[in-house]
Design a protein. Structure first.
Lengths: 319, 346
């Protein structure tokens, strides 16, 4: 394993909104879980028959209470197994393993003021971030957009906890986040953060760029689930092994299923840990990550095996 | 383990020396008869009993005297300890890591009792018994990094992580091999490494940065670095170059054995949990040529390493003036026999 693994038990399962479940995880055989910083995520490894499902989820509980961790899981429209398992099969008491927390979405601690923009399930990293900002007594405001009251999670409790600092918007009531006004006229030292659907992230990034925000003051977390595709074969140049990749499997998952310990951290194309050199490729590379530059993607000699794949017959990797 | 702390100096009369046991455990950095830069990073896992790797934080016979020297440096130049305001959470992370490690691994010398945020720290070698509130700077006589940094061997810098970079935004640096915290503070990973020759072209720093950005809490890593120092001076800082630079001209064939020291830094890196910063510890070990030559393998290997060292690296490390004199002195210990792989004594 490339990440430290921790054994936990699912202590609570609660449906908090349509298609959204909250899990509370408590340690097995330890008095507490590792400390973490707001915005960190963990990877849940869930045994499902012969398979092990591994998905990243943001930690939404308080960084100042590590007696348990909490995550929220949205049932994906086309679940690859993980979110469907959590919604349909998971029961309180189930032992699972999680990875030690990793933070790819930390706040900038130099900031004088933080503007947090969340869409839907993208609220989760901000739940722990707001605890931290409150603890550190730093000004912040949250702008949280949801489809509807029924499909939105935690908005009532957030409003109660943080009062006027929380602004909520329901799409079905015609409410939208006033991005232009929000980005205009902020004091120096303000940082903006966005987590939500890809289109929302692009909307905020483009808006901030057009409003003249420095790139260092704009932060986002974009995790991709590995998109499906067609079957192909991975050949491993060093070990000589051949591994088939199914249409709904990522290369990383196929390698793990074959008992090969490949490196990873985020499993969402963001961190760069699973970057692998391509020896040769019979087919078109489909880069689905947010890590490689456009030039690196065009060069075609590296691939992030957690989310990217090949439309073709075979790819040979330097593994 | 109960340590017997030596009373010695790292300035003026330079009474520093290593006991035979300290010589045996010296982290000799050369694993073969030549040296070149590499990303020589390995997990900072617990090593053999008695070695410098036995515990995450190594305390040895020089502890009390080194802490006395650090206090002298900080009194004369408070700029050796600096932290930008946003690093306060990371300072507490560092204090926790060091106190818990020292108390767990050297219970005869240090103890830590925690009741929530009410902490009780006892440092017997330095005669400190202190109750404070974790997270409340007003309950400590210094900021957390300086407080614990004055009680732990090794220099420390803390790197903030943002925008895909590491920024040296805090540090307590008093035993440095000719670099300045005051100059580097606020710089990023590429900026503070800019003076290093050859390694940039080899892509060493690009690979190292990517590795460090993905470092995980609970999985520290380490590497060894080295240089040479004339006299057992811990504070070879640019700020004091006028005091020690001239020492390099004082090496003669007669005094090499006592004056010339191999200086090895055990550098470890830790992801800090609450701040997401990275702590970098630079633990300095010195050994005189006369002490080093008591280990036959090291006496054979070091002259071979120095002879084949690229000139750029010798210049960067400041060895040029006395390199040949040192090789000549060491050569009587090199009988030409082959040496075994790895740095430890045979």
């Amino acid at each position: 394993m490339t990440t430290n693994q921790i054994r936990v038990r699912v202590a609570e399962v609660e449906t908090v909104a349509a298609q959204i479940r909250r899990l509370k995880l408590v340690p097995i055989g330890m008095s507490g879980l590792p400390d973490f910083s707001g915005g960190a995520h963990t990877i849940l490894s869930i045994p499902d028959g012969e398979r092990t499902l591994r998905n990243p989820y943001s930690l939404m509980s308080s960084p100042y209470d590590t007696s348990s961790y909490e995550v929220s899981v949205l049932k994906a429209a086309e679940s690859r197994g993980g979110s469907a398992f959590i919604h349909d099969k998971i029961r309180e008491g189930l032992p699972i393993t999680i990875s030690a927390p990793v933070n790819l979405f930390p706040v900038d601690r130099r900031a004088r003021r933080h503007i947090l923009i969340a869409g839907g399930i993208g609220i989760t990293p901000f739940m722990s971030i707001m605890r931290q900002l409150e603890h550190d007594d730093v000004p912040f405001e949250l702008h949280y957009g949801m489809r509807s009251q029924e499909r939105g999670a935690y908005w009532r409790q957030l409003r109660e906890t943080y009062g006027h600092r929380v602004h909520i918007y329901f799409e079905d009531q015609g409410q939208t986040i006033p991005l232009k006004t929000l980005l205009d006229g902020q004091p120096l030292g303000t940082h903006v953060y966005v987590c939500g659907p890809s289109t929302m992230i692009d909307w905020v990034l483009n808006g901030a760029r057009d409003a003249g925000w420095p790139a260092e003051n704009v932060h986002y977390e974009r995790f991709s689930a590995p998109p499906p595709g067609t079957s192909f074969t991975v050949e491993l140049a060093r070990s000589g092994k051949t591994v088939p990749v199914g249409p709904h499997q990522s290369m990383l998952e196929a390698l793990e299923a074959a008992g090969i310990d490949a490196p990873y951290l985020c499993r969402g194309g963001a961190c760069g840990q699973c970057e692998t050199r391509i020896v040769s490729c019979a087919g078109a590379i489909q880069h689905n990550d947010h890590y490689l530059s456009d030039a690196e993607k065009a060069a075609g000699d590296k691939i992030m095996i957690c989310v990217s794949r090949v439309d073709g017959s075979t790819v040979t990797l330097d593994l | 383990m109960v340590l017997a702390f030596k009373n010695e100096t790292f300035r003026d009369d330079f009474t520093f020396s290593n006991s035979p046991a300290a010589i045996r455990r010296f982290p000799f950095p050369f694993v073969e008869d030549k040296y070149m830069y590499s990303v020589n990073i390995e997990p900072h896992e617990l090593g053999p009993k008695g070695s410098v790797y036995e515990f995450p934080i190594d305390i040895d016979e020089h502890y009390v005297s080194e802490m006395r020297d650090r206090a002298l440096v900080l009194d004369a130049d408070p700029g050796r300890c600096q932290a930008l305001p946003h690093m306060i959470t990371a300072q507490w992370d560092m204090l926790e890591l060091l106190m818990t490690s020292m108390a767990r691994d050297y219970p005869e010398h240090f103890s830590l009792t925690r009741d929530g945020n009410q902490w009780h720290w006892i440092n017997r070698p330095l005669g400190i018994d202190h109750k404070f509130t974790f997270g409340d700077v007003a309950t400590l006589p210094y900021q957390p990094m300086e407080y614990i940094g004055r009680q732990c061997q090794g220099d420390f810098s803390i790197q903030d992580q943002r925008d895909g970079q590491l920024w040296m935004d805090a540090g307590i640096i008093t035993t440095q091999a000719d670099w300045s915290l005051d100059f580097d503070v606020g710089m990023n990973f590429f900026e503070w490494h800019a003076p290093v020759p050859l390694a940039h072209q080899a892509g060493v720093f690009d690979r190292a940065l990517k590795f460090l950005l993905n470092m995980q809490h609970g999985r520290p890593v380490r590497r060894l670095n080295w240089t040479m120092t004339i006299n057992s001076r811990l504070d070879t800082s640019p700020e004091n170059y006028h005091k020690w630079g001239i020492d390099r001209t004082t090496v003669t064939p007669e005094n090499v054995g006592d004056k010339v020291h191999l200086r090895v830094e055990l550098q470890a890196l830790w992801r800090l949990p609450r701040s997401n910063a990275i702590l970098f510890s630079i633990r300095c070990y010195m050994i005189k040529m006369r002490e080093l030559a008591t280990v036959p393998k090291w006496g054979r290997r070091l002259p071979r390493v120095l002879r084949t060292l690229p000139d750029e690296i010798a210049d960067y490390k400041g060895l040029t003036r006395y390199r040949q004199t040192t090789i000549d002195w060491l050569s009587k210990y090199d009988d030409g026999a082959p040496t075994s792989l790895g740095g430890g004594p045979d």
